[in-house]
Ligand binder design. Structure first.
Ligand code: TTP
Ligand code: MG
Length: 396
């Protein structure tokens, strides 16, 4: 695999920092987001001032109140966190087309070859930190390395308000002194097993035979050995985008009524167009699909030189395809559908037309993460409900 440069960006004490932006009276104080300390909840996040008292995510609130009696406890406000997250990801997307959110407040960027644009990758990282500070009022910590795992550990190590660049070739030296728990994938159980083998640091892990690790930890042992040596081939994968978007509808009675077919086509086009724009995408290929009473199906496609995204443009092409078919084909139609493909990212300009909720697509992973922690209703994504008669198909 060719040499890469990966950046990991993670916001400091995210939930608390958002609360501090919304209520500056909380700045510089021990603050805990998670709720009432009389309740049975746990700490979502603690400000660095509160961390000095030993508070950390996942700690019962009652324990937190005992360790830090002056702490200010507040309820989570997910709508605000999601809004800040959306704006954070939008900033990152201005810096690289290859951004993979790892949660609401963190993302990997593939920045291979971006030196010339910014002077150096370090300078690029400083520009990101500055924009996050100026536009969101938040602090981002950044790690730069040749692979994802080292970049993430570097950003963690640099906190708060940090920036660490691990030069290519120095990965093992950088990781060696850190405790094994710092490696993603090493939980309490594996840490205990490793401790039994006399392995406490990542350096110790890198020097242990993969055969022994496999015997004690299964295939995860081999993976950990590789990571401990700073070897991680996993790519920065932006959230999946569909290859095509289409809608179709089956009629109760077969028809050859052209104006009815056109009206239905418009209706389907509006849905396809809305979906396309919601995803911040444009299309170059428009496809018309017709099925006849005998279930034989035809498709007609037209590919353009440029990308389009308005209902009118998509309809104009779909309708022209329909016209042409109806000129020669006299059978009655049972199903009509329209689809768009050869999709491209709409880019910055078209993003202005994107409805706010659309950007949640980019955060689907992060949203899943929150839902796993707090239940499905913790987040509403504002997805349109599906029309009953319309079968929707998004393929990837
Ligand atoms: P993290 O990035 O792990 O933590 P953080 O941003 O609070 O602090 P830092 O990065 O400076 O160490 O998680 C991001 C948010 O996710 C965090 O603000 C709150 C939430 N979260 C929980 O709700 N429960 C948890 O156990 C963790 C780890 C995070
Ligand atoms: Mg964070």
């Amino acid at each position: 695999m060719a040499a890469r440069t990966i950046m990991h960006v993670d916001l400091d004490s995210f939930f608390v920092s958002v609360e501090q932006v919304l209520n500056p009276g909380l700045i510089g104080k021990p603050v805990v987001v998670g709720g009432n300390p009389e309740g049975r909840g746990v700490v979502s996040t603690a400000s660095y001032e509160a961390r000095a008292f030993g508070l950390h995510s996942g700690m019962p609130l009652a324990t937190a109140a005992r360790l830090c009696p002056t702490a200010i406890f507040i309820e989570s406000d997910f709508d605000s966190y999601i809004e800040f997250s959306r704006r954070f990801m939008a900033i990152l997307n201005d810096f690289s087309p290859t951004v993979e959110p790892g949660g609401l407040d963190e993302a990997y960027l593939d920045v291979t070859g971006f030196e010339s644009l910014h002077g150096s990758i370090r300078q690029m990282a400083n520009k990101i930190k500055q924009r996050v500070r100026n536009e969101l009022g938040l602090c981002a910590s950044i790690g730069i390395a040749s692979c994802k795992v080292v970049a993430k550990i570097a950003s963690d190590t640099s906190k708060p308000d940090g920036l660490i660049e691990v030069p290519r070739g120095d990965e093992r030296v950088f990781l060696a002194p850190l405790p094994v728990e710092r490696l993603p994938g090493v939980g309490k159980r594996s840490a205990r097993v490793l401790s039994g083998l006399g392995v406490h640091t990542i350096g110790g892990l890198s020097r242990t035979s993969p055969r022994i690790l496999k015997r004690h930890l299964g295939s995860a042992g081999e993976v950990l050995h590789r990571l401990a040596n700073g070897i991680d081939y996993s790519r920065v994968l932006p959230p999946g985008q569909p290859l095509s978007i289409s809608r179709e509808i089956t009629f109760a009675a077969d028809t050859r009524d052209q104006s009815f077919l056109e009206a239905t086509l418009w209706n389907q086009t509006e849905r396809v167009g809305a979906d396309l724009r919601k995803r911040g995408m444009q299309a170059r290929c428009i496809t018309l699909k017709l099925r006849y009473a005998d279930f034989s199906t035809i498709t007609r496609s037209h590919t353009l030189q440029h990308s389009i995204y308005t209902d009118q443009e998509i309809f104009a092409i779909g309708n022209a395809l329909l016209d042409r078919v109806l000129e020669t084909e006299k059978r009655a139609v049972r199903l009509i559908g329209v689809g768009v493909s050869v999709l491209t990212d709409a880019g910055l300009q078209a993003r202005l037309f994107r409805p706010r909720a659309a950007q949640l697509e980019h955060l689907s992973k992060a949203v899943d993460q929150i839902r796993n922690r707090y239940g499905f209703d913790a987040i509403r994504t504002g997805r349109p409900t599906r029309h009953e008669d319309t079968s929707k198909s998004i393929s990837d």
